[in-house]
Design a protein around this ligand. Sequence first.
Ligand code: SAM
Length: 242
Amino acid sequence: MRFDVITLFPDLFTSFLKESILGRALSKGLVDIGFTDIRTFGRGPHRVTDDRPYGGGNGMVMKAGPILRALESIERIGKKSHVVLLTPQGQTFEQSVAWELSRQDQLILICGRYEGVDERVRLGHVDRELSIGDYVLSGGELGAVVVIDAVSRLIPGVLGGEKSNLEDSFEDGLLEYPHYTRPRVFHGMEVPPVLLSGDHEKIRLWRRAESIKRTLQSRPDLLKQARLNPEDKAILDRLQGK
Ligand code: SAM
């Protein structure tokens, strides 16, 4: 899968993308990431990319022209190329959206700065607006990294074991169960004995119950959409004292 990031600050990405899972995915050629510097597409000796807002007010607005020229300069890969604008006003980015995006051939991510981008970029040239949460960041670059990371994990071969993301939080609408590793006792806290029992069925049931319990405690809103089988429903009823 190919990602193209349109940004004023391509250098912000370098160290993050060269490490760990993403770094390996890049070096194996499972994902490919390009950066298009909006500044290159600014006009005049100062390569201007922003201007004062019509109607007055604070801050600067990113001009449409340089962003559109940057967009047009990007080669479209495959049949499914999707243009995403990072904005706090967009649809909230969540795991189901990450799955949808992972089916594209190419994602082009436009990162705003300042007060945001000229509205005509959004109106005419964007397939989807995405927010990474209800807070305001200084720029879309962190959002682009979040999207690239979450989507790349879903591309076959990027994670070591093919199945290792299927038990992650949100995959079936629940939070994942807790994890423990050595030592067996840490600061007086013991690993739950069932995890040492070697009984795979008991471990599976314990993990499922823990997953439902923590979802009930921390994110009860998720339970409305979660895919619960009769065994899960029985666990939930028990936890709720029904
Ligand atoms: N004036 C805008 C508003 O109130 O909606 C906020 C602009 S913000 C300071 C600058 C840029 O950061 C945005 O254009 C967007 O690209 C990015 N950004 C800020 N918060 C974001 C969020 N929660 N999700 C995704 N991108 C965000």
